[in-house]
Design a protein around this ligand. Structure first.
Ligand code: HEC
Length: 121
């Protein structure tokens, strides 16, 4: 019984660590965005796109950003679900799911025009 308790405790610890690893990391997201060259199109602070049909990103909801980024990846594109954009599909091809979570968390933390959640915090 003692042994079972110990292995349950170990399993719980392992789960706790696994949970931590999946929390979005804003700092890592910032590094990925800087390395990824996203400002080349979405502009300084990801809030000043270089063309009117390029979207502003800063301050958008994290869940929306993650969903959008995932949809540009080929494996998430179906006839009924997904986004087919050659530029962004190329941009996100290199990232795994955790990277996309981190990137989304970082962009959502930027206080751009789309950041409207002050009153809710
Ligand atoms: C070469 C120009 C270019 C670069 C570089 C670029 N993007 Fe984009 N991005 C676009 C365009 C154009 C769209 C609109 C695509 C569409 O119509 O689906 C877009 C759309 C998006 C969207 C969806 C926004 C929304 O509101 O639905 C996100 C999120 C995004 N980009 C994030 C990024 C990130 C993160 C990077 C860097 C890793 C990046 N982009 C680099 C041109 C670019």
């Amino acid at each position: 019984m003692k042994r079972l308790t110990a292995s349950l405790a170990a399993a719980a610890t392992a789960l706790a660590f696994a949970g931590a690893a999946h929390a979005a990391d804003i700092k890592k997201g910032e590094e990925l965005v800087n390395k990824g060259g996203c400002i080349a199109c979405h502009g300084a602070g990801l809030d000043k796109p270089i063309a009117p049909n390029y979207p502003k990103l800063a301050g958008q909801y994290q869940s929306y950003l993650f969903h959008a980024l995932q949809q540009y990846q080929a494996k998430h594109q179906t006839p009924l679900y997904g986004r087919n954009n050659a530029i962004m599909s190329g941009m996100v091809a290199q990232y795994n799911t955790q990277d996309l979570q981190d990137i989304a968390a970082y962009i959502a933390s930027l206080k751009g025009d789309l950041y409207i959640r002050d009153e809710m915090h």
